[in-house]
Design a protein around this ligand. Sequence first.
Ligand code: GDP
Ligand code: IMO
Ligand code: MG
Length: 432
Amino acid sequence: MPITILIGAQWGDEGKGRVVDWMAASADIVARYAGGDNAGHTVALDGEVYKLHLIPSGILHSKVVSVMGNGMVINPDNLVREIQALRKIGVDISPERLVISSRAHIITPAHIALDKAKELALGDDKIGTTLRGIGPAYLDKTGRAGIRTGDMLLDVEEFAERLVAAIEMSNEELRAQGLDTLDALQAAQSYLQAADFLRPYIRDVSIYLYEALKAGKKVLCEGAQGTLLDIDHGSYPFVTSSSPTAGGALTGLGVGPLFVDNVLGVAKAFSTRVGGGPMPTELDGAIAEHFRGSGANFWDEFGTTTGRPRRCGWLDVVMLRYAVGVNGLSELMLTKMDILSGLDELKLATAYNIDGELFAFPPVTNEQLERAKPVYETLPGWSEDISNCRRFDDLPSAARDYIKRVAQLCDAPINMVSVGPERDQLVMNPAG
Ligand code: GDP
Ligand code: IMO
Ligand code: MG
């Protein structure tokens, strides 16, 4: 800090939320900079499980201010619902503790309808989106046709007019596709109530952060999604519509690069992906089932937002190496190391073989990526339950070797791994 950027180094769901919750203890501000309620960040604390979609994952720390940046797309109804659900279970949320950018874009009900329509039209080639209206909202943003959270500060009639006009515009597209349109006035009603509720929270986030940074406050930027879902750097078009990578934190909050001290990448100790698109190390069968779990535990591999089973596979070092480069990671961390216990041997994909040629980094086209055959290195597994380990030396030597090898292959230090979902289930590696 002053700014630490935390990003997902894979396809999302790396355990970013739990790491942010832990790191927030030494931060003043936790700021989300991209995405919307397509994200699902799980924080487990003292037996309670919190699933956050829009609110930053530092919210359980009473001294931390949570910030939602201009890079986000916000569904006001869902945000109000999330705030109220958290308040109900005793989390204090007030304009002193939550700041929403006036420059974030608003997801309308018509964006959600369009997201569904587009997925339907793509048939077997669908992206597998979360159907939260993310793509259409960012499309209106870049098409200079969106409405923003700052518009909620206008008088009610003016905001209602803009909202209805935005929904009518999307209606034209729905109509063109022969689909049902929305009653714009009716769809706008709940948003007007949400605007009343959210108005006191909305302000200029860039200036708020600039002043906080100049006053010496520590800011932790919370990434959503992951590097390989990035609109520019992911496996396009099987990506989200925002910039989850480190650069996105600067544009998504309006802060300058000279404040950034660290960029921490969070990766799962194996690979998961939810939605369509290439995944070279994907597995079927017993190992995938081992990674995924039955669904009986909240940490099993079923989507936090959609409940969909996640695709699972061996750790893909080619993708991780790429994430280290694209984000300029100063450090990598591995989560869910405990899930590797009980496997006789573990595999790391160290390169891809594509038509006889070896690749250390992912190729550009999905056609090549679909043909990529992972080149595996096999390491011994371990049988011990490691969920109570707290120091690197407590881990079985095979687990230590796995961590060291990943760090070496990615050329990034690994100073921390997690061995369970609770806040304190972390193992520090002083050797790096
Ligand atoms: P995020 O989107 O990156 O915040 O990750 P999610 O919350 O969507 O998914 C990560 C899942 O793994 C959650 O259910 C976490 O509670 C769980 N989790 C995180 N770290 C660990 C760990 O070290 N061990 C286990 N067993 N579960 C973990
Ligand atoms: P967190 O923050 C995992 C995936 C979707 C789909 C693609 C596009 O919890 O890691 P979208 O609805 O964004 O247009 O979907 O991106 N996706 C995620 N996968 N974790 C996420 O968020 C995701 N957010 C979007 O499954 O493949
Ligand atoms: Mg998630």
